[in-house]
Design a binder for this molecule. Structure first.
Ligand code: SF4
Length: 235
């Protein structure tokens, strides 16, 4: 995979953003991150508001392993450029497949996705509770492909297991967040994944592409800003 160059200086302060405030009485956030494009804006927005946070990368849903490694490495390089702690959690795919058994043909945003979010947030909440974080949140909801209410429900359900923990339901899309997500992805030339992540979303996206006369997905070849196509519409 061709590695894009890092920008000389992180440009967090060059972008105008709303000043964020954590839920009342909260100080330390564990951000569940699914990938660099989704978390780039979330990370910079929290940095610009002086919020103390670490990244938790727990995504055993991502298939195949090569795609998982690329998404993770992109997220690590961005975290390092900003001096943010990056916690690299398990790739326990057996547990993920066990958890979604019988839901292989469910559509995206359906009950398989609820299980998938629940699993990832439960582990995030456990790590947060055991390591002194009082708040969890996620980059998952910034994508327009996701159902924000579904994500918030899963996040709150996971946080409710621990009395001291809350799930921060901030809508990262608002205040220009969606546009900045694309802007940062192009600026950083992030790897651009073309399906949600699991083997079933890969299958279904390829099926959709075939029906529309398009080539199937090639892992590891597409980067934001490397062509003139309208990137967000390329899934
Ligand atoms: S489509 Fe995405 S959210 Fe749904 S189960 Fe697959 S990886 Fe998880």
């Amino acid at each position: 995979m061709a590695k894009p160059e890092l920008p000389a200086t992180p440009r967090v302060t060059e972008i105008e953003r709303p000043k964020l405030a954590l839920p009342k009485g909260r100080h330390k956030v564990l951000l569940h991150s699914c990938c660099a494009p989704c978390s780039g804006e979330v990370m910079e927005a929290m940095l610009a508001s002086g919020i103390d946070y670490s990244i938790y990368f727990y995504n055993p849903n991502i298939h195949p392993k090569r795609e998982y490694e690329i998404r993770k490495e992109e997220n690590i390089r961005f975290a390092q450029a900003h001096g943010i702690d990056f916690i690299d959690a398990d790739y326990d795919t057996d547990n993920w497949f066990e958890r979604v058994k019988g839901m292989e043909w469910e559509p995206e945003r359906g009950i398989r996705c609820t299980e998938c979010f629940d699993m990832r947030f439960e582990r995030t909440a456990l790590y947060a509770a055991e390591n002194g974080f009082d708040t969890i949140t996620s980059s998952l909801g910034i994508s327009r492909w996701k159902n924000m209410q579904q994500i918030n429900d899963c996040g709150q359900r996971a946080a409710a297991r621990y009395p001291e923990l809350v799930y921060w339901t901030y809508n990262w899309r608002k205040g220009g967040g969606s546009a900045r997500m694309i802007e940062i992805s192009k600026r950083e030339e992030f790897y651009q994944q073309e399906y949600c992540g699991c083997i079933y979303s890969l299958r279904d996206t390829n099926h959709h592409r075939r029906q529309n006369g398009r080539e199937k997905i090639e892992i590891g070849v597409k980067f934001y800003g490397h062509d003139d196509l309208k990137q967000e519409e390329n899934r």
